[in-house]
Design a protein around this ligand. Structure first.
Ligand code: HEC
Length: 435
C-alpha cells in the first residue's frame, strides 16, 4: 500500500477540497493497487518494478508536475489543490496517479506525433512520464534531496511587447446560473480594436486575469453593424448558444491553459478588417469555493503590422451534411476537399465541434498517395485550442485534405445535425493558411 503522509482527509479538509477529491481520490487511495484491479489502470506493474525506488520527488516528480500540471494546479489556478506543495502532492498521489493513468489529466490535447505543434511538450504527457508517477508511488513516495531538482526555464505565455491589449471593459463576475451546464458559464464580450482595424495581426495571446475561473477562450470577429445595444454593454451576454452577429467564418482562434502565443512567420499576418469588431467568448468554470465571487477582466494582446507580403487566412474547413443517429455512441463523418486553387502553407488548425464531439482527425492525401497528418486527437468542448504547427505544412495543388469528426450521441433520443446551437453539432477545422 502506498504510504500516505499526512493523512489525506486532514490535508483535504485544510484545503477545502474534500468534496471534489472524496470520490475519486480517496476511493483509489483505499482501493490501492493490490485490490480488485477492476480498472486495470496500473500501467507500471511488472516490467520496470525494479526502478521504483530510484524515482524521487525532487529529481523526477517536481519537474514533471511543473511541466504538465502546475499551470492549473497551483495557488489561484483553475484546478483544485496546489501541486507545488510537496505535502499536498504526497497526500494526493493516489488520486493524481489515477487521473494520469486513466488519461483524464492533463486534459486532452492533439497528438504531437501526428503533427508537432507549439507547446506540445507541456500539453501532452508521454507514456514514460505517466509511468514515472506510478513508479514513484510504488517506490513509497521518496522525496530525495532538493539539490537534485533540475533548473527549469520559465516559458513565456504572454506576448512580450504587445502593440495592443484589449480587455473586458469592466470586471465581470460570473453567476454560474445556467442549470443545463452547472458550474459552467459561456460569456461573450465585445472588444473594439479601433484604429488597429485594417492592420495585420502578426502575433496574439490572451491576457488571462482570473486564472481560477477561466477555463478556455475563443476569439472571433463580427460585422460592426451586426450587434445591437444588447451586446455592446460592459457586462457582455450569455453566449453558450447564440453568439450574436455573424457566424463561424469569423473565428480567429481558441485558447486553453498551456497554449503558447500564436506567432506567424516573418512577413505573414492575418488581416483584422476595419469593419469588424472582436468578440471574446470566455468559458468560466466553477471549481469550488475558491471561485466564489471571483471577477475577471481578461483580454487579448496583439502585435500588428501595416502590411504583409503573405496574408494568413483562417479558412473554415467544415461540413454541414451529417446526421448523428439517436443513441449512436460512435458516429464518424468523413469528408474531403481538393486544393484546385493555389499552393498553400498550413500554419495551424483549430478543430471545433459541440458537446457530442469525441475525436477529430485531419490529414492531407498527396497526389502520389502519401499522407501528412495535420491534427488528430480526443476532443473536449470545454478545452478547445488552436494548434500552431512548429513547421508549416505544404498543401499543394492536387492534394486533398480529408477530415473526420467523431461524436457520441448515446444519451440522445433524437438525431443531431449541423447547427450553431450547442444542442446541434458542428464539424469544423478552422485552418490557418498562407499562400
Ligand atoms: C489545463 C488545466 C489542467 C491541467 C494542465 C491539469 N489539470 Fe487536473 N484538473 C483541472 C481541473 C479544471 C480539474 C477539476 C475538474 C475536472 O476534474 O475536470 C482538475 C481535476 C484534477 C483531479 C481531480 C479529478 C480527477 O479527475 O481525478 C486530479 C487528481 C488532477 N486534476 C490531477 C492532475 C495532474 C496529476 C495533472 C498533471 C499531470 C493535471 N491534473 C493537469 C485542470 C487541469
Amino acid at each position: 500500500m502506498p504510504v500516505l503522509a499526512p493523512s489525506p482527509p486532514a490535508v483535504l479538509r485544510a484545503l477545502g477540497l474534500l468534496p471534489l477529491f472524496a470520490l475519486v481520490g480517496l476511493a483509489s487511495a483505499c482501493g490501492g493497487k493490490a485490490g480488485d484491479g477492476a480498472d486495470g489502470a496500473d500501467g507500471a506493474d511488472g516490467a520496470d518494478g525494479g526502478d521504483a525506488g530510484s524515482v524521487s520527488y525532487y529529481a523526477d516528480i517536481q519537474p514533471m508536475l511543473g511541466q504538465h500540471c502546475v499551470r492549473c494546479h497551483s495557488d489561484g489556478g483553475l484546478g483544485p489543490a496546489d501541486f507545488t506543495d510537496p505535502d499536498v502532492v504526497q497526500a494526493l498521489a493516489p488520486a493524481m496517479r489515477a487521473a494520469i493513468d486513466e488519461g483524464r489529466m492533463p486534459p486532452a490535447a492533439a497528438d504531437p506525433s501526428c503533427q508537432d505543434y507549439v507547446g506540445s511538450e507541456a500539453l501532452t504527457m508521454p507514456q514514460a512520464e505517466r509511468d514515472l508517477f506510478g513508479l514513484w508511488v510504488d517506490g513509497g513516495l521518496v522525496m530525495g534531496d532538493p539539490s537534485e531538482a533540475p533548473a527549469v526555464e520559465p516559458v513565456a505565455r504572454e506576448l512580450k511587447n504587445p502593440d495592443l491589449v484589449l480587455t473586458l471593459q469592466a470586471p465581470y463576475t460570473p453567476a454560474f446560473a445556467d442549470s443545463e451546464n452547472p458550474g459552467n458559464e459561456y460569456r461573450c464580450f465585445v472588444l473594439d480594436p479601433e484604429e488597429f482595424g485594417g492592420k495585420y495581426i502578426t502575433a496574439m495571446a490572451p491576457t488571462i486575469d482570473a486564472e481560477t475561473i477561466v477555463h478556455h477562450a475563443v476569439l472571433f470577429t463580427v460585422d460592426r453593424g451586426s450587434l445591437d445595444d444588447r451586446y455592446l454593454g460592459d457586462s457582455g451576454w450569455d453566449c453558450i448558444n447564440g453568439r450574436g452577429g455573424d457566424s463561424t467564418d469569423g473565428m480567429l482562434g481558441a485558447w486553453a491553459p498551456g497554449m503558447l502565443p500564436i506567432e506567424f512567420p516573418e512577413g505573414t499576418g492575418m488581416e483584422l478588417p476595419a469593419d469588424k469588431l472582436l468578440v471574446l467568448q470566455m468559458h468560466y468554470f466553477y471549481n469550488g469555493a475558491a471561485a466564489d465571487g471571483v471577477s475577471d477582466q481578461s483580454g487579448y494582446a496583439f502585435n500588428f503590422v501595416d502590411s504583409v507580403t503573405k496574408p494568413v487566412i483562417m479558412a473554415p474547413l467544415g461540413s454541414y451534411s451529417f446526421t448523428i443517429p439517436a443513441g449512436d455512441p460512435d458516429h464518424t463523418h468523413t469528408e474531403s476537399f481538393e486544393n484546385t486553387y493555389v499552393p498553400l502553407n498550413v500554419l495551424g488548425i483549430f478543430p471545433h465541434m459541440h458537446k457530442l464531439g469525441r475525436r477529430f482527425d485531419a490529414r492531407l492525401i498527396h497526389s502520389d498517395g502519401s499522407e501528412t497528418c495535420l491534427v488528430s486527437g480526443d476532443y473536449d468542448f470545454d478545452n478547445q485550442m488552436t494548434y500552431q504547427f512548429k513547421e508549416p505544412v505544404e498543401f499543394a495543388i492536387g492534394d486533398e485534405v480529408r477530415f473526420e469528426c467523431n461524436w457520441d450521441n448515446s444519451e440522445g433520443d433524437s438525431a443531431v445535425g449541423f447547427g450553431e446551437r450547442t444542442d446541434q453539432e458542428m464539424c469544423y477545422f478552422f485552418t490557418l493558411v498562407s499562400p
